[in-house]
Design a protein around this ligand. Structure first.
Ligand code: ATP
Length: 361
């Protein structure tokens, strides 16, 4: 009944280098077949966390359990090779002098020769590379090598797969295919996956759950939709997309801005707040042209800006405005092609239901 336990349970993991905490009280549970992405900027402690789970780095404090069984704490330590954890890194380094079959079979220590061969064949079939079974790594493309690396990591049936930016060496199109394929296989095998990435798009695409990491701590955790739509602070908004910010002061639980008033319930008078919103939630109010900043029912008040730059991005256009109210830049995305000339004057409103009000930091 291992399914009643998380496959991987990390409790209060800490690691410091030279007195600086780089992993600071990280806790995380991953269920069988679940994909969790550890997402955060470079240097926030993601790889160090992964290395401690793999057992190649020892934590200063905290514990790790697999299927409810302790694998390490500050006194007890199962060595890396006995943790039943698979690893996939960007630099996946197949052994060049070994055949594809021997690469896949490298970590298979148990079973008869026939059983090991059967497992190698099964996995190469799974990643659609059986025809290369007697080939060598240099005869394969980057994507094919990546799939061999996946087969190799899966061969001993690891309970957990740790992946550190495993797809970043591949070109875009190939990456999407291999990512989806890899995920499908890992889910079928019931492997719990912890994937490290600094790319929000990759995390949104792959994760059942995102753990957003900053300065050694997990600052927010949840399904991608929840983390994206209910960010805990300004930095969390900005990590996923461009973010526009209006600074305002609260009076009577309302923050007054050039776009109208925003509710700031429970915030004391005089407090400075940041109203944060994404470029796709700004509307160009074409009806307002020449009529001035009248309030509208859903979008508050329109504010006037002058186009400074417009760029076509593929699915949308990104238009930058210099706003009349304080000369700051406001970024707006518009679906399809919308490329107004610099100098064009427009009125803008913002989707109030998509704005976040945070205490200014
Ligand atoms: P990236 O995405 O760039 O790989 P990361 O989030 O994975 O970053 P880590 O590699 O975990 O970050 O590093 C976290 C911090 O710890 C960094 O500031 C790094 O310089 C530091 N660090 C990592 N390993 C060591 C070490 N062995 N000795 C000293 N400092 C280290």
């Amino acid at each position: 009944m291992t399914d009643t336990y998380p496959r991987l349970e990390i409790k209060n993991l800490k690691r410091a280098y030279g007195g600086r905490a780089v992993v600071d009280d990280v806790s995380l549970n991953i269920m069988p077949g679940q994909v969790t992405c550890l997402l955060g900027p470079s240097g926030c402690g993601k790889s160090t966390t992964l290395r401690m789970i793999a057992g190649v780095e020892i934590q200063d404090s905290g514990s790790i359990h697999v299927d409810g069984k302790l694998i390490c704490d500050t006194v007890f330590n199962v060595p890396p090779e006995r943790r039943e954890i698979g690893l996939m890194f960007q630099d996946f380094a197949l052994f060049p002098h070994l055949s594809v079959a021997d690469n896949v079979g490298f970590g298979l220590k148990t079973g008869t020769k026939a059983e090991r061969h059967a497992r190698i064949k099964e996995l190469l079939e799974r990643v659609d590379l059986l025809r290369f079974i007697d080939g060598y790594p240099h005869q394969l493309s980057g994507g094919e090598q990546q799939r061999v690396a996946l087969a190799r990591a899966l061969a001993p049936r690891p309970k957990i797969m740790l992946m550190d930016e495993p797809f970043s060496g591949l070109d875009n199109r190939l990456r999407d295919d291999i990512r989806d394929e890899t995920l499908g296989i890992l889910k079928e095998e019931g492997t719990a996956v912890l994937l490290v990435t600094h790319e929000p798009e990759e995390a949104m695409r792959m994760a059942d759950e995102i753990a957003l990491m900053r300065d050694g701590k997990i600052v927010q955790q949840g399904a991608p939709y929840n983390v994206y739509t209910r960010p805990i602070d300004r930095a969390s908004v900005a990590f996923f997309s461009d973010a526009n910010v209006l600074r305002a002061e609260v009076s009577g639980a309302l923050a007054q801005t050039p776009f109208g008033r925003f509710l700031a319930p429970g915030v004391p008078d005089g407090t400075k707040v940041d109203i944060v919103f994404r470029p796709q939630h700004v509307r160009i109010d074409f009806d307002r042209a020449g009529k001035g900043p009248l309030p509208t029912a859903t979008d508050g008040t329109a504010a006037r800006g002058v186009v400074s730059r417009a760029r076509f991005m593929g699915n949308e256009s990104l238009v930058e405005f210099v706003m009349d109210y304080d000369g700051s830049i406001l970024r707006v995305t518009v679906p399809n092609v919308f490329l107004p000339q610099p100098g064009a004057v427009m009125w803008l409103t913002i989707r109030r239901d998509k704005c976040f009000v945070f205490q200014a930091t």
